[in-house]
Design a protein around this ligand. Sequence first.
Ligand code: SF4
Ligand code: SF4
Length: 333
Amino acid sequence: MLIISDKYPIMEENLSPDQRDHPEKSKASTRRDFLKNIGLAGVGTVAGAAALYSGHIFEAKKESSGQNKILLTQDGKLVEVDSLELKALEKSPLDQNQYHGREGIPGKRWVMVTDLSRCRNARRCIAACQEAHHLRPEQYHMNTLQMQDSPNTAPYHMPKNCQHCDNPPCVSVCPVDATYKRQDGVVLIDNVRCIGCRFCMAACPYSARIFQWITPKYAEPDKDLTYNVELNVPQKLGTISKCLFSADRLREGKLPYCVTACPNSVYYFGDENEDAVTNGTTKETVRLSKLLRDNGGYQLMPELGTKPRVYYLPPKNRLFPFEATGETKPAIS
Ligand code: SF4
Ligand code: SF4
């Protein structure tokens, strides 16, 4: 074991080969590595660093002196940093952009209603979502599942996205506070802070999250874009992505991308506090409580206590045949 700070030992396997051979250089070079990483990641990633290392959580904010802090970087290095430098970074434009999206829209409680009796698997919602969020064709924030409740009932298509749970298990397991629920009920991911541990994927009972295993589709054209946490663009290799309820559109007073793209009036979206939702196709606004009561609205797997903010209206009285396509995913049980 090599010692960098006499208060907090650094594990030898956490150092580069050069640092192992020349321990006197370790302190300076790890500090340089950290500052280099800051340029890429911003203080959000590192201050939250929390960081899983060798399967356990390192206590990231311990001070090594009056003004220094020991932190774990994205690439697994322990570094000692002056806390004044961290303060300066907290005021950087990148940091402000990231945390703008943490606040949500005051007074709102966004809610979605999906009418299964109207879905024909047109998949325009999927295409609009993929285009807006710079996803590959095989990556879904929203997808349609092929469902059949019993052998004696007709199959139907069910669009499924993140349910924006009021009690989201994905949020409570995230070790670095990268995924969070806002005051307006939207659950987001800060891809700059995310360390790609995929705990949230395992915790989500609705399989709503995807992982960027390969270089994102628009990596090259997006390389100079400032990260927008309400859009998850640019998408980032090695992190999580999922439905955002089009938080960037909500901030502009518009309906989500998928909701307005649907040609079949499947989606309603609105504010639970106002008890009002608007249909994305017809633009008709109706009472949320009445819509749910009159049509037997329900949530997915309510017994789990996740309290989804997405409601479904059952696939009743359909006047068109079910057409299975190769693009439709098999039904979940
Ligand atoms: S559906 Fe999954 S990802 Fe979305 S808020 Fe609920 S637990 Fe989290
Ligand atoms: S993968 Fe999920 S749990 Fe892990 S850091 Fe990223 S958002 Fe948090």
